[in-house]
Write a protein that binds this ligand. Structure first.
Ligand SMILES: [Mg+2]
Length: 245
């Protein structure tokens, strides 16, 4: 009962944004992993190959891996759980959402449209009015246009009106798109894989803990002690101070 669970966001928390983990970070994770009173896991929105790219050999110093916010789950390197959007949608309800979104985007009058307006992923749907195939310049132009004309915000208002019975969460992130996913399928989803009563404390470290950020829900969860970090160095400093003997 004196075991503690430590959970970490990956990007911006263990690694620099879109970068790889430092050797210092790896050494610290190894020390935590070797402490028999600690159980260590990471949880991020990306898939496992992307997380492996960023964490490299540090992956070995985690008891738990949670790609896709824990919709896919590994213990000691072995997958023990996997789910996807079709455990939430029926074919009919998904089709209705796709049809409505494509019709809505077809009628949008925006300066530029390219390809890939709708992306179906394991745990979320990504909707992109300009199309994900746009160039960097087109991306920046859309972002400016969207700040002024609220294209994404307005579309979310219409989706909420159209699908009041689907318990969906809408999240605007980045410059060109927004995500749609079932409520609760944020990082708190990974907590479902534990009997939290087995731990004296559960800690989470993340860099996007403000409202609207992708660490917000788990950071605020009453079962979790949240740590808001500004960088991987910040994470290292807290770990040295609080968890390394
Ligand atoms: Mg992050």
């Amino acid at each position: 009962m004196d075991k503690k669970l430590l959970l970490f966001d990956v990007d911006g928390t263990l690694t620099p944004s879109r970068g790889v983990a430092s050797s210092e970070m790896c050494d610290i994770l190894k020390s935590l992993y070797n402490d028999e009173n600690l159980v260590i896991g990471f949880v991020g929105g990306s898939n496992l190959p992307k997380q492996h790219e960023q964490l490299g050999d540090c992956m070995n110093y985690f008891n738990y891996w949670f790609p896709e916010n824990g919709l896919v789950a590994y213990k000691n390197g072995v997958e023990f759980f996997t789910s996807d959007l079709m455990s939430f949608f029926t074919e009919d309800s998904l089709k209705e959402l796709i049809n409505f979104s494509l019709h809505y985007m077809a009628d949008l009058d925006i300066p530029v449209k390219r390809g890939t307006f709708f992306e179906y992923r394991t745990g979320l749907i990504n909707i992109c009015p300009v199309g994900r195939d746009c160039s960097q310049k087109e991306r920046e132009d859309f972002f400016k246009f969207d700040c002024e004309h609220k294209v994404r915000e307005n579309m979310i208002v219409e989706l909420r009106k159209k699908f009041p019975d689907l318990d969906l969460h809408y999240s605007i992130g980045g410059q060109i798109s927004f995500d749609v996913f079932p409520k609760g399928w944020d990082k708190t989803f990974c907590l479902n894989h534990f009997d939290l009563g087995e731990f004296s404390e559960v800690h989470f470290f993340g860099d996007k803990t403000e409202l609207g950020g992708n660490d917000y829900e788990i950071f605020c969860d009453s079962r979790v002690v949240g740590h808001s970090v500004k960088s991987p160095q910040d994470t290292i400093d807290i770990l040295k101070l609080e968890f390394l003997k």
